[in-house]
Design a protein around this ligand. Structure first.
Ligand code: SF4
Length: 177
């Protein structure tokens, strides 16, 4: 018997429960980086400067429950506000689903491992700067938050049967006649 399709493939964002909605966040921390907008063109620029509440190693908010009272401009992401926001990174699960894409391989709901958000290079771990130490934001403009990671899905995360078949075929090829 095949497993039922996961909720993010069967429900719209508006139909999800609070728990399902929250579980869509892969914890990458990219949305916690400051952005700049060029006044003349309206173009967006990402920086590597992070909100003071972001743990720069784990990329988790250090006070998620109270974040909006401590950082008043922290955005409350909902299906409604999502439609108005143009600065979520292309890797963001919410943006991907809203654009009709699937969750990416590194997403913990897909990989079953919260660590893949770090090993894939999606999270900001190790490359973000605390806003209290950064200085002028315009000195920290970077393009990587606006790009997808180059890391490929590890073969071990794909169907376990396929690598075995590939190995057998390779062995057969090398067997002398
Ligand atoms: S960018 Fe999206 S997936 Fe990443 S931490 Fe922010 S809301 Fe979560």
């Amino acid at each position: 018997m095949t497993d039922p399709a996961p909720f993010w493939k069967t429900k719209t964002l508006s139909q999800m429960t609070r728990e399902e909605w929250e579980s869509l966040c892969d914890g990458c921390g990219r949305c916690c980086l400051h952005k700049l907008r060029f006044e003349d063109t309206g173009d967006l620029a990402y920086t590597n400067v992070a909100c003071r509440l972001l743990n720069l190693t784990t990329t988790q908010c250090s006070d998620y429950a109270n974040r909006r009272s401590k950082v008043p401009n922290c955005v409350n992401l909902t299906p409604e506000t999502l439609a108005e926001i143009d600065w979520l990174p292309p890797s963001c699960a919410y943006r991907r689903l809203e654009e009709g894409k699937d969750l990416a391989w590194w997403h913990p709901l897909v990989s079953g491992d919260p660590g893949t958000v770090h090993t894939s290079g999606v999270s900001v771990s190790g490359r973000a700067v605390d806003e209290r130490r950064a200085g002028p934001l315009e000195h920290h403009i970077v393009d990587w938050p606006g790009k997808l990671p180059k890391a490929k899905q590890p073969a071990t995360q794909k169907s376990p049967r396929r690598p075995r078949l590939a190995v057998l075929k390779a062995l057969q090829k090398e067997t002398p006649e």
